[in-house]
Design a protein around this ligand. Structure first.
Ligand code: ZN
Length: 383
């Protein structure tokens, strides 16, 4: 069986050579693609000390969504180029860890399929069952590997690629007291979304206050950004989400903070400019025209850099214990509004929260009765 190299893999090797003074590249696993074998590349840089923060970037979980891989690789390329002269970046890397896994599903990418070569959708493959049901079909199915969103057979171990991703997260990121991950995908829709757990249920994640505080500093520092930040379950619920699986053992009692985020780039943003793309599978999930491809990369590189800085400086913006409840109520309340009032969909949740601060300041403080209303809204929201 011979090895074959994807263009993205060749590009990554070139970057690794250029940046060999700063990074190391290895294989997180080897997958059987039928006719060919593929390595799952892993790049690490920065300080591995577990007391320091860490950030991980993932792409290509769905082989068809090459733009996710390309965003992650473009960011790594920019870091390697800057390391030649950027003293501030060098200092940053002395005090944090960075992990890149940009081609999680190389076999699927080679074949041009969402699933891996075994027909399994890796983002439906974890042993997580949506207790109250998942979106019909899209949320995962066990009928046939020849149909999309196949979870794999019940009771079988996770696929090699899914195991490799989990192993990298556990050994490289969850060893740190603070970590953020960003898994880059593209999907239908006109909006770029940043999802956080859970995908399998509407229960709020333990670190909802921390995610809300992160969205607040994103709004403050990138005032023109276009992202909507929300739990994935607000769009649709799924079985087997890898990030639900990795996040679940964590709870608010733990000192450790782990914020797994998913970037879902709205592919209609480029399809509407060039509807002929609808005629090709690649075209639905990837911008095909060079200037549009470059614009998509530029647009998201700002987010990847922001998250890296946010991880580095997390002690400056993470809510104090006395502030957590306030963040929680704002986040949960406005998520609830978003669900009740469709017009609020597509609005960044901390922009709505800002409006609440205005309203709260007009009445002097958040009155007792409105606090009770907020709590009732929280409870309703997650039932
Ligand atoms: Zn995807």
């Amino acid at each position: 069986m011979s090895a074959v190299e994807l263009p993205e893999y060749v590009q990554l090797q070139r970057i690794a050579t250029q940046g060999q003074e700063w990074l190391s590249m290895s294989s997180a696993g080897r997958v059987n693609g039928g006719k060919y074998e593929f390595d799952i590349p892993l790049v690490t840089l920065g300080n591995p000390d577990p007391v320091l923060p860490a950030i991980g970037f993932f792409g290509g979980v769905h082989g068809l969504e090459r733009i996710g891989s390309q965003v992650v690789i473009a960011f790594l390329h920019s870091l390697v180029m800057r390391l030649q002269w950027d003293v501030l970046l060098r200092q940053q890397l002395q005090k944090m860890r960075m992990v890149f896994m940009p081609i999680v599903n190389p076999g699927g990418m080679w074949r041009g399929t969402r699933a891996n070569p075994q027909g399994v959708d890796l983002m439906r493959n974890a042993p997580v069952h949506a207790q109250n049901g998942a979106a019909w079909w899209v949320g995962g199915q066990r009928y046939s590997r020849h149909l999309p969103w196949y979870q794999g057979a019940l009771g079988e171990p996770m696929q090699t690629e899914a195991q490799a991703l989990c192993e990298v997260v556990r050994s490289q990121l969850l060893t740190h007291s603070f970590s953020i991950t960003l898994d880059c995908h593209s999907g239908f829709g006109l909006t770029d979304r940043i999802w956080f757990p859970f995908a399998n249920c509407a229960r709020p994640m333990a670190h909802l206050p921390e995610v809300h505080a992160l969205s607040a500093i994103l709004d403050q520092s990138q005032a023109q950004h276009q992202y909507v930040m929300e739990p994935q379950s607000r769009q649709y619920r799924t079985h087997g989400d890898l990030w639900d699986y990795l996040y679940t053992p964590h709870n608010s009692a733990s000192e450790q903070v782990f914020l797994p985020l998913t970037l879902e780039m709205g592919s209609w943003l480029w399809v509407k400019k060039n509807p002929r793309q609808l005629l090709s599978k690649q075209g639905i999930f990837n911008p095909l025209i060079t200037h549009r491809h470059n614009r998509v990369l530029r647009r998201h590189l700002v987010l990847l850099d922001f998250l890296t800085r946010a991880a580095f400086s997390h002690e400056e913006w993470l809510p104090q214990p006395t502030q957590r409840q306030d963040h929680y109520e704002q986040a949960a309340y406005f998520s609830d509004r978003g669900r009740l009032f469709q017009i609020d969909r597509g609005r960044r949740f901390s922009v709505i929260a800002d409006e609440s601060r205005v309203r709260a300041s007009r009445v002097g403080n958040i009155a007792q009765s409105s606090t009770i209303n907020l709590k009732q809204a929280v409870q309703r929201s997650w039932m």
